[in-house]
Design a protein around this ligand. Structure first.
Ligand code: MIC
Ligand code: SF4
Length: 644
């Protein structure tokens, strides 16, 4: 039987395990990336491993999330990351150089290579034919040390594109269409390969928009073939030598095939508060818009920005609207400046923000009270913008401009003719903002700089044979890591300070949780389906661990989060009978007994001591995961293994 693109890359990087869907496999990782909000923790973890130099082909540390610097915390973390990178052979992308995924695509992505990043949108690299995964910081630390990355062998989905997009319909609308079809959990356990004759008309940045938002489907990752379009992009980046063709075999088999005729698509919009709450833009016609934000790792490429500039040229935005534009990288901003397009943007009344995540993660530019915000981003989870009652919608850059010009949700096709925009044959190349590490012989003299915001990790706790704990929080379906451990300008600077962060844990669901959890000592949290969807932040596991959470019982889990729970030594269990969820009440006292034998048998009984009822819970841990849980998480386990 032929192979899919992902199966080919997996086979070439397989260290152990069988490529059978559902089985655990270990992969060799060629490249890693970190960003600063997860990076500080990842490098602290890496340092505990006592390895002098990273053992990957390439590791890059980006600074792009925490760039507001309202106090000393971020600047200190930047200095820490810069020094640790210099010491251990990691390249350092300075603040201002751009959003990790955009810069990585431009300067480092290579078709056929494996990449893991401590950011859930690392699959952006699939746009250039990389097999790229979002992962928790600990997994990235292990990969930097030359260790394997473990995943469950995914199923293979194929999306076949036919036809061609009509004017004002974009790659973002393709992403929203697949979210409409599959929902935020429809990609769980699958790798999505994009193919069909329709992909020939999609440039690498457009493909990257699509693989970026595959994360919102819950997919393990997404990938495009590497073809002449890929070659042209790499050539324009001065990296044609990195090109390698990559395609699936004609007889490759897929678990599911979805056909989309591009010529039938219309401009789409995801309504609050979920990326899969998708409607046609025309259905929301006339809704008043207060704010428009263009940028983020989804839509900040040069192509996006040139289109935006062309549409804004010679026009002024509606006085009632506030418009922000964050170009994705220094390369993009430099080329906008050189071509004069930046001036077209500025003259329209837009506010140009720095090349960083910015408003996407609530780092400034929060909407007004109850404001309607149209954003070209990938997530519109409740509270993420920094304004609790804002209504955040996700749209394409074209639809964003239409709203900025008119003040209302407007079908961009009403703007008239789409100006012709194309990518240049050569990009502006200047890598001076990517600092090189010290050579090995000098690295030993590099001093790692640690600020006072860096606090110790929460103590690891081995999972014993019994857990007796209060059900301190019961939450519903699709709980995101933004619910569990919110981000935003007030909290994000404390990513290396778990005690401080803990005050905000589950703040979106129940601000009393931290106090109640501390009072209870030990807790079990109960959730619905797709618990922990969204970001890769391991803080959504480490902070609950700090607050005494010993187990999470849910109907189902999101991939990265469940790995982070196990890495942190928190026991994730699923209901065998999902309806049992309704019979558990917040405040009950729960106990789990015979955990070790249960882990071997694949099922553990939960006793609700308050009601006397018993429930059957499932677990399907590999030996490695069981050992990790019994050791108290990945770091303790790694230490145990290396001490033997
Ligand atoms: C996000 O988009 O939610 C983030 C912020 O980039 C996160 C990482 C983090 O929380 O630091 C992600 O997507 O993994
Ligand atoms: Fe940054 Fe937003 Fe992309 Fe996360 S989704 S990496 S916050 S731009």
């Amino acid at each position: 039987m032929g192979r899919t693109i992902a199966q080919k890359i997996i086979a070439a990087h397989l260290l152990s395990g069988e490529m059978i869907p559902g089985h655990e496999i270990a992969l060799r990782i060629d490249q890693t990336l970190t960003q600063d909000a997860t990076g500080t923790m990842a490098y602290l973890e890496f340092e505990t491993m006592g390895i002098d130099r990273v053992r990957t082909e390439l590791s890059v540390a980006y600074i792009d999330h925490n760039t507001l610097q309202c106090g000393f915390e971020n600047a200190d973390d930047h200095r820490y990351i810069q020094s640790v990178a210099k010491k251990h052979g990691i390249r350092f992308s300075r603040p201002g150089n751009g959003i990790c995924h955009q810069v990585h695509l431009e300067r480092f992505g290579i078709p056929g290579k494996t990449l893991i990043g401590s950011d859930s949108h690392t699959p952006t690299g699939g746009g250039i034919g990389m097999l790229a995964f979002g992962a928790g910081g600990m997994d990235v630390a292990v990969a930097m040390g030359g260790g394997a990355y473990y995943i469950t062998m995914p199923k293979m989905f194929k999306v076949n594109l036919t036809g061609r997009l009509r004017p004002f319909v974009t790659a973002k609308d393709i992403s929203l269409e697949i979210l409409r079809i599959l929902s935020v959990k429809g990609g769980v356990g699958a790798i999505i390969e994009w193919g069909g004759e329709g992909i020939a008309s999609l440039s690498v940045p457009e493909r990257a928009t699509i693989t970026n938002m595959g994360t919102e489907l819950g997919a393990t990752t997404s990938i495009f073939p590497s073809d002449e379009v890929t070659r042209a992009f790499l050539k324009a980046e001065g990296r044609e030598a990195d090109y390698a063709p990559l395609a699936s075999d004609p007889d490759a088999e897929y678990d599911r095939v979805i056909d989309i005729d591009l010529s039938t698509l219309e401009p789409l919009i995801a309504c609050p508060h979920s990326p899969d709450n998708v409607k046609k833009v025309s259905e929301l016609k006339g809704v008043k818009v207060d704010q428009v934000c263009i940028g983020s790792c989804t839509n900040s490429s040069l192509l996006d920005m040139l289109k935006v500039a062309a549409l804004l040229k010679g026009k002024t935005i509606d006085p009632s609207v506030s418009l922000s534009i964050s170009p994705g990288s220094k390369q993009v901003l430099g080329m906008l400046a050189k071509s004069g397009a930046l001036n077209d943007i500025l003259q329209s009344g837009a506010r140009v923000l720095e090349c960083a995540c910015g408003p996407c993660i609530g780092m400034g530019f929060s909407p007004n009270s109850a404001g309607v915000s149209l954003r070209t981003f990938n997530r519109n989870f409740l509270g993420r913008s920094g304004t609790a009652d804002a209504g955040v919608h996700l749209v394409s850059p074209e639809t964003a401009v239409a709203a900025a010009l008119t003040g209302y949700v407007t079908d961009p096709r009403l703007l008239g003719e789409m100006p012709a925009v194309s990518l240049p044959e050569a990009f502006l190349l200047d890598d001076t903002a990517v600092l090189l590490p010290a050579p090995p012989e000098e690295a030993k003299d590099v001093e790692v700089v640690r600020g006072p915001n860096i606090k110790p990790f929460p103590a690891s706790r081995p999972v014993g044979d019994t857990i007796r704990a209060g059900l301190t929080l019961k939450v519903g379906d699709n709980i995101t890591t933004d619910h569990i451990m919110p981000a935003g300008a007030k909290i994000l600077p404390y990513r290396s300070n778990i005690p401080h962060l803990s005050q905000y844990c589950f703040g979106v669901c129940d601000p009393t949780f931290p106090e109640r959890a501390k009072a209870a000592g030990e807790s079990i949290v109960v959730g619905g389906v797709n618990y922990g969807q969204g970001s890769s932040r391991e803080h959504a596991a480490l902070v609950p661990l700090y607050l005494g959470v010993r187990a999470v019982v849910a109907k189902s889990f999101a991939r990265i989060h469940v790995a982070n729970l196990i890495n942190s030594g928190i026991l994730p269990l699923t209901f065998v009978h999902p309806e049992d969820y309704d019979r558990l009440n917040q405040g009950d006292t729960l106990s789990l007994e015979g955990i070790h034998a249960g882990m071997d048998a694949g099922s553990i009984t939960l006793l609700d001591e308050t009601t006397g009822e018993r429930f059957e819970l499932a677990c399907a841990f590999t030996q490695r995961q069981k050992d990790m849980l019994k050791a108290g998480g990945l770091l303790a386990y790694t230490k145990e293994v290396s001490d033997k």
